[in-house]
Design a protein around this ligand. Sequence first.
Ligand code: MIG
Length: 672
Amino acid sequence: MINKFRFGNPIIQTDAVVNDLSLSTNSLSQGAVKSDWPFAFEYKMAKEDMIFGLGENVRGINKRGFHYTSWCSDKPGGNESDSSLYGAHNFIVIFGEKISGLYFDTPGKIEFDIGWTDYDTLTVKCDVEGIFLYEITSSEGEKSAALKDIVHQFRQMIGQSYIPPFWAFGFQQSRWGYRTEKDVREVVKKYRENKLPLDSVCLDIDYMEEFMDFTVDKAKFPAFKKLNEDMAKEGIHLIPIIDAGIKQKEGYEVYEEGKKAGYFCKKADGSNFVAAVWPGKCVFTDFFREDARKWFGSKYKALTDAGVEGFWNDMNEPALFYTEEGLKEAFDKFESFKGKELDINTFFEFTPVSGSTCNRLKDYQSFYHEVMDLNGKKVSVSHDKLHNMYGALMTKAAREGLNEIKKDRRTLLYSRASCIGSHRYGGIWMGDNLAWWNNLEMELKMLPSLNMCGFLYTGADIGGFGDSSSRDLVLRWLAFGVFTPLMRNHAAWNTRNQECYAFGQSEDFKSVLSLRYALLPYIYSEFIKASLKNDMMFRPLSFDYPEDKIARDIEDQLMLGNEVLVAPVYRQNAKGRFVYLPEDMIQVTWKNCQASQAPIEKGGHYIDIPEDTVVFFIKKGKSIPLCGKIAQTSRDVDYSSIIKLGDSSAGYELYSDDGFTTEISLKNIRTI
Ligand code: MIG
């Protein structure tokens, strides 16, 4: 059951909930609202209570013991003390004696103190004008069923998750540093030479002319369409990046058009808001306006006309390097130190000044969006109050544009910033992580939390984005990435190369990558079923074994679909790892591009897992499909070569289609 409440005066209806629910007259089943406005919710947690959810955030799957702020932020670093990352995902599940789900529907900043100030108290605070709160409870008596049912009801309420084309489940290679057509061809050539499977190469900002959206630098990519055609012959898709900021440059068509039509965000005096990002001074589309969204979305055609079928949207929190106002303040501040003798206190005031121009609240407060209020009246609202929806609405703009341009085909789209609601329009990658082992572990924990919030097509930058990676880290990360819907190796310009051929001897990489392609029918089926049925593809063990004291606490293993348990290696120099199996299972060992399997008993085990090997487990009485033939691209995946792993007498519900149809339905499932 879902109860909808309203506190204070919400400015707008966000884009999150698709079901039309009327306000409830019941009271909350757990916790209490202490103040309507500013909004404050409080729940006293019992000793054993666990809190799940919050999507893209650091630390445990059980979020208790830390504090989080939903405020879409350009936060590179995968740092355990960051309480905000790129997304705003305000859904939590309280798992105690009673179980309930709570969704805090606001476009503004909201804070979750989950036993940080006081270990037994959960508080949620928001001081934007008003908020809608949805409480979800279940009539399922059994805990596992109730947990799943609450997430299911929530997911139904926010609408079906985005489904990309089949090729998007293939392996993607990316690097901020592929500058020219030659660089791109070289990457593909090396993958092919080394018999390493590959489906896509991402193009980072260097493909553009002066970082201007919807342009291609002709000096570096003289024949972009031809390149796409050549790549298509190889079964390779190019995935260009699009940034939120539009270069303010006279004569640049996109800028001129948007300026003329008045689509950009404005300051109080009516002038366009300008801030510098990669292209230099930029203006920002007011994605809250339908006409502006429509216009921006239609611009993708410049690239789809050249054969592009997938994009990634970046810097859409929006990230701001500086505004003139911010620079002035910073310089004034610097001036104020000049000539003075700095002491140890003033020195520490002085050092942060240079970074103070980025993503300033003052800048976010200085521009406005044109929105419809709850009465359908057009009003102008400052960005800071609506901040968390900006990137999400850029995703919406791109999605609607792409659907219009490519009417009968699915296209790939993933974004950096997100908010619940945008899971219907595209996927997300997990932003600028680091080549650190604990960032691999972080991804593992984010996955189920993101699934709770509707984000299914997701994954982290494999190998790590910032800092140089090592061979073993890339391999171990790939071994986990084999299971994530978005499987992309990506790195920053100032790091060591980390393509699967970059470390010399690539046999181990080939073995690990080939598993992805052997598993594609399974990953694709599980993904689509999770989307169509509003279920989680990845679940914490506590969702399946809530009564098992050991399983409940395990956060470095996940359930995948109804069949599989994954337990990646995420420690340097580890030769294997401890795994806890809550029930008897079948161990699958993938080595030398081949699977072997053997029963394994319930309980704790140390499993040897060499670097070239991937191990996972199938529940007793379940089977999964595996391709017998190894493919080099998703196009070559041979469904007729499917064999079954696990209990071969058990049926498996296989979803399959042509890979791009927009008619996606459970009718395409057959039991094998
Ligand atoms: O300020 O386009 O998260 O994936 O490589 C950095 C360059 C801008 C951030 C993205 C990252 C991308 C990078 N971008």
